[in-house]
Design a binder for this molecule. Structure first.
Ligand SMILES: Nc1ncnc2c1ncn2[C@@H]1O[C@H](COP(=O)(O)OP(=O)(O)OP(=O)(O)O)[C@@H](O)[C@H]1O
Ligand SMILES: [Mg+2]
Length: 335
């Protein structure tokens, strides 16, 4: 599979690195089709968007017509051979960009797939990145149901269909998870060897790999941010404190439990931990909650370790990256 180009930090372009198992999974989907929409979730910046972009290119290589939607970035493409479907799609995109009704385009995918299948039976893929934020969380489940209908009850027959959706927040995961309309699949930060390949591509000078691994836990966005900050971990953590709204009030309110969770996130799983705190941390994308299953078949790419106190990973609960944890640790120190 040809590797796509990605930008790890402003001015630092590389090719899509590693994720070998995930790419094998793409080939398997391409061969069999996805029986349910596959909804991918995982830590912010772990590489969901990069992976979906790589999947678009790979599926194209494997003979798929591909619709790709990434409303937040205002990127849309119809990688199809039919000029009229392409024109239809381009018109829709133009209109959408004019009045910023992203949801309309997301919904138009249902008509477009029908349109393209009307002409001939073929292999078709819908790749939707962060659409739930664009159409509204309240419509997320209905949207997934629509995608499932496209798979289960197509108006025109298809040869194979692959539907992949990425969602960044734990909240949408819960919303989708309440129904049996999708296959929810987690993706973790990059595994150590793969992450080292990415580290090797960063310009010198840079700190030793061991340090960067310990700080980022393999999260490629954190790698990019560290690089851009001149490898000032403290500064990146301070930025995360502000981005996550870790105000003195919040930190004081949950002080004791937060301290404990910085030591071991798994305490948030135990019976007497306040559920509200776990929800708050999940909503702020600081932790991933409920990730017990480490069977490789459940994960996109490689599962994280069962437990890693160093990286802040527990069996059921994990910090999204060590820098997320570090931000909380510093916020606690500041009050
Ligand atoms: N396998 C990879 N090889 C090279 N660069 C990567 C890889 N995965 C991710 N990156 C880079 O890391 C950064 C973060 O990745 P990406 O935007 O895909 O994360 P994400 O999971 O989609 O985040 P969010 O949850 O915020 O949407 C990007 O700059 C991306 O280009
Ligand atoms: Mg993304």
């Amino acid at each position: 599979m040809k590797r796509v180009k990605v930008e790890i930090a402003p001015g630092v372009e590389t090719e899509f690195v590693d994720r070998d198992r995930a790419l094998v999974q793409v080939v398997e989907w391409a061969e069999r089709g996805t029986r349910f929409p596959v909804v991918i979730f995982g830590p912010e910046g772990c590489g969901k968007t990069a992976f979906l972009r790589q999947a678009v290119s790979g599926l194209r290589e494997l003979g798929y017509a591909v619709f790709y939607l990434h409303p937040l970035d205002k990127v849309f493409s119809a990688e199809v051979d039919d000029p009229d479907v392409k024109t239809l799609f381009a018109d829709l995109v133009r209109k959408t960009l004019e009045d910023e009704r992203w949801g309309r385009l997301a919904l138009a995918v249902f008509d477009l797939t029908r349109e393209i299948l009307k002409k001939r039976r073929r292999k078709i893929a819908v790749i939707a990145d962060d659409v739930f934020q664009a159409i509204g969380l309240d419509k997320a489940a209905a949207y997934v149901k629509g995608l499932l209908n496209t798979i289960e009850h197509p108006v025109y027959d298809y040869e194979n269909i692959v539907v992949l959706v990425a969602a960044s927040e734990g909240v949408s995961r819960r919303e989708i998870g309440r129904h049996f309309w999708a296959e929810l699949r987690p993706m973790w930060n990059m595994p150590r060897e793969g992450f080292q390949q990415l580290y090797d591509k960063m310009p010198e000078p840079k700190p030793p790999f061991e340090d960067v691994w310990r700080w980022t836990g393999g999260n490629p966005r954190m790698l990019g941010r560290l690089y851009s900050s001149g490898w000032a971990v403290g500064r990146v953590a301070e930025d995360v404190i502000r981005e996550k709204g870790l105000t003195a009030g919040f930190v004081r309110r949950w002080g004791r439990w937060l301290e404990a969770a910085v030591g071991d996130p798994e305490v948030l799983w135990s019976g007497d931990a306040p559920e509200e705190l776990a929800r708050e941390l999940e909503a702020r994308n600081l932790i991933v909650y409920n990730m017990y299953d480490r069977r490789p078949s459940f994960w996109i790419d490689q599962p994280p370790p069962e437990r890693s106190p160093e990286l802040g990973i527990g069996k059921n609960v994990a910090w999204q990256s060590p820098i997320h944890r570090e931000a909380v640790r510093r916020a606690l120190r500041e009050v």
